[in-house]
Design a protein around this ligand. Structure first.
Ligand SMILES: [Zn+2]
Length: 258
């Protein structure tokens, strides 16, 4: 059976001398691996459309087992992501996270939308660090985590001062602070931002100008949730941390490409 799917190339690995096994995140069929015969050869018509980050329309022949990629047509080659080291780092992290959390076999329209909107936003020059935070919060559900962020996780109150509690799985109000000795106190702005990252869709946000320390703070919380509750630690996270430790290099890179 021939399928026509809209998808993003999550990863591509060499298979044999000239083939690639490509993992697509598709709108219609979720995560799918398929064989791209000859795609390793630069002259192959599949060479370009099987590059990671590629957003395209893919024709896949599949009856049972692994399908074969017949043809691909790009919608967005994500050139900025391919060439800007910071954009590449964050986009790689997003792709690795989606790949780790989404299982093959089912359509996952929410995950597809999050991935596509995030990559498109980074491609269009939005702050990749903020966009990645959106993805982190939104993908928690795929790790089986549903933080309680609309009210106090312990008593349900919606008023008062709030803190984040890892053991209670969400916000705690000041009346319940005693339930967790390791709470992280939140300012009203931090509280609002966390709710926004979790609930507002990426394409509704617009240009978001966040202070570096604000992003660091919110990133610390979501990263701790992933590391403590799922044990997931992504390879591409280390690359981002490496980039963050070398701000001078980043500035030079920025000036030379602007
Ligand atoms: Zn409470």
């Amino acid at each position: 059976m021939l399928h026509k799917w809209e998808g993003i190339v999550l990863k591509a690995r060499a298979y044999g001398e000239s083939n690639k096994i490509v993992t697509l995140m598709t709108r219609e069929a979720g995560k799918v691996a398929c064989m791209a015969r000859g795609a390793k050869k630069p002259t192959s018509r599949l060479a370009g459309v099987t590059q990671p980050f590629m957003h395209g329309i893919f024709l896949v022949q599949r009856t049972s087992g692994m399908g074969t990629l017949q043809q691909g047509e790009h919608l967005n080659a994500m050139r900025h992501i391919q060439t800007d080291i910071v954009a590449t780092a964050y986009a790689s992290y997003i792709m690795e996270l989606v790949d780790r959390l989404v299982e093959e076999g089912n359509a996952e329209p929410f995950a597809f939308d999050v991935l596509t909107q995030a990559l498109t936003a980074i491609e269009e020059g939005y702050d990749p660090e903020a966009i990645t935070l959106f993805v982190d919060w939104k993908m928690l559900a795929y790790a089986g985590i549903q933080p309680i962020l609309h009210a106090c996780a312990s008593c349900g109150a919606v008023d008062g001062e709030f803190a984040f509690s890892f053991t209670q799985g969400g916000f705690l109000c000041h009346r319940c602070f005693h339930r967790d000795p390791y709470i992280i106190r939140l300012s009203p702005t931090q509280l609002k931002l966390i709710r926004m990252f979790y609930t507002v869709s990426i394409d509704q946000v617009g240009k978001l100008d966040l202070k570096p320390q604000t992003k660091q703070f919110i990133k610390k919380i979501v990263t701790t949730i992933y590391e403590e509750q799922t044990g997931i630690r992504l390879k591409s996270r280390s690359f981002i941390e490496q980039l963050e430790r070398t701000p001078l290099l980043l500035r030079e890179k920025k000036e030379s490409t602007d």
